[in-house]
Ligand binder design. Sequence first.
Ligand code: MOS
Length: 752
Amino acid sequence: MTLELSLNQQPAHTRQGSSIGQPLTRRDGFLKVTGAARYAADNHPPGMLYAVLAVSSIARGRVVSLDIEAAKAHSGVVEVMTPLNRPALAVDPDAKDHPFMFRLDLLQNDGVRYPNQSIAVVIAETLEAATEGAALLSPRYETLPARVGLDGGKSFVPRGVGVGNPAVQEKGDVEAGLESARTRIEAAYETPAQYHNAMEPHAIVAAWDGDQLSIDTPSQGLAMAQGRIAGLFGIAPRNVHIRSPFLGGGFGSKGMISGPQVLGILAARLVGRPVKLVLRREQMYGPVGHRAPTRQTLRMGMDGEGRLTALSHHARTTSSTFDDFFEPAADASHTLYASPAIATSHDAVRLDTGTPLFMRAPGEATGSIALESAIDEAAHACGMDPLEFRLRNYAEVEPMTGKPFSSKALRECYEQAAEVFGWASRPLQPRRMRDADGFLTGWGMGTATFPALMFQAEARAVLRADGSGLMETGAQDMGQGAWTAFAQIAADGLGLDIDQVDFRAGSSDLPNAGIAGGSGHTATAGMAIHNAGAAVIARLADLATGNEASPLFGAGNEGVLARGGRLYRRDDESRGESYSEILARAGLAEIEGHGKGAPDPASQETYAKHAHGAVFAEVKVDPDLGQIRVTRLVGAFAAGRVINPRLVRSQYYGGMIWGVSFALHEEAVTDRRSGRIQNANLAEYHVPVNADVPSVEALLVHEDDPHVNALGIKGVGEIGITGTAGAVANAVWHATGVRPRRFPIRIEDLLG
Ligand code: MOS
């Protein structure tokens, strides 16, 4: 029996459900509310120095001079790192071997390619001295005009969008479909640049010991970060030890290691002491990614029954001048509506900004706000209720591929959320509802969807002679409750109570937990944990069933169940023995098993995999002032097996609040003259607070999807944003009769 199980179809040796499905509170919650949880910047190794970045105040040009002497003369300043003395790297930070190797600004030259690009690092005995030293550098620049905005350069069709999808795709004949339509709409929408704005800024504490590098830094994917750092410094990945137990939010910005984090490592190498480097809030607007703005044009045709005859979705987006990431906004139209003809296309311009990156449902969030707005316009153009229109048009197989699809669950999401919301009493026409205070009231809806992705992960399971278990995988917990969900899966995988299982995570020295991104972490690392549990139980079963002294002798590996720290005969549950007894007889202190989580290629080939949902929103608009309030959100989501309903609901709440944020709040405003972001702070970059979302309800719709993985897990992290933003926009239309064309929706857009 091999201990390495591959893929995800290993049958469970345990009865599911003792821990999985329980609404446990976060296992790390106590640490967090008491302040005992240690975030990267909380680490202060002996002899540690503080590094502060000096960043460019221009968008484009080059640094002509820095007053290094003034900075070095400042009391407490130890060193100033610039392109002149920055330690060598093994590879060019501008090299790019594959699409996920992003170019980094590591003081390789005096060029400036965007505002807030690092131009020097000041290292000092205290944070204050380093900050003051950085201010003394007084950079002088040669400045070129900044290229800004969706028309800021010559447009081109990118080679790929998102994770390398084709920029242009077509099924059927869209022009013919539009031609034959009874009703047509064409509409354009603009979405803004957004920044991740995790509560915890990117931070690193780096310490070198010869060629061993220890770092504390928040990372959504430790093994990927480890590989990138090892490559840059020309050392073996095993020499890079990353601790990342907790993240104060990532949202995609901590998926890849960023330039400032690597500068912290370089600073530590330069001074030969541990160094801490933490980004200031405004420094997060540049080198650590963002969501690029879009301008999207949708065209739809409908026949006499309100069925789509054609759907065309074009998105213009932006990227940096020196690297490639293209928000795959139009791809949102691939997966939801059953038009016989669908065409999606993208083009882009290059601007003097930091490179955009994955951010909270990249593509789906941006694209679905336009798609759901347009679907609403199409429904009303046909004189149909938008729910009826969606029920008529949602796809029963994935539209672009024709693969089977879990659309039955989508219908249930529509129906359950509509029922709870009270949608049936909605007047079809806008401006028909007012509340007691005279506010215009509107109801809107949106469909939510997000792919059920899996990546690659590994886990190691141990059973010990005292009957306890251990599960290890190098996952961080970025606030979503990953550790709790993983411990629940581990407990069931090992056939133990959750309190009998130690769960070790948060370090790159542990098995690779893959990446907490693409809403695929629970499915991927969860399957690795499940398979590691199955592997160690199989090993234990071998020990018992092959031994005449065991009551399980001759039952065969498949004939055994694990539960409550005991193995039983599947055909006679009165016959069994404890893990401890089996290990004691074998004279073993512990046994181990390894498992992997990965998508199953055969199943990928056959089935389309998506989570689905429906979100309904109520808004109230002041008829004189145009001020918009969201007063109620109801979402229903089907995302396969729910590992922990408390955590899952919380993910939906978070996603829905992002949706409100997208519709009404978030926008990075660029100064067209300087190319700088004017609101690079959390005071003026608006995000919702509790008063902005008074009532949020998330319904969990039961769904068994046996095709995603053996546990039936889909992702829940990002789907909530996708339906909600459109639902809010459509509710604003229903309240006011004004169709929002740009996001966030502004008061002045509603005042005639
Ligand atoms: Mo996310 S944008 O998959 O961290």
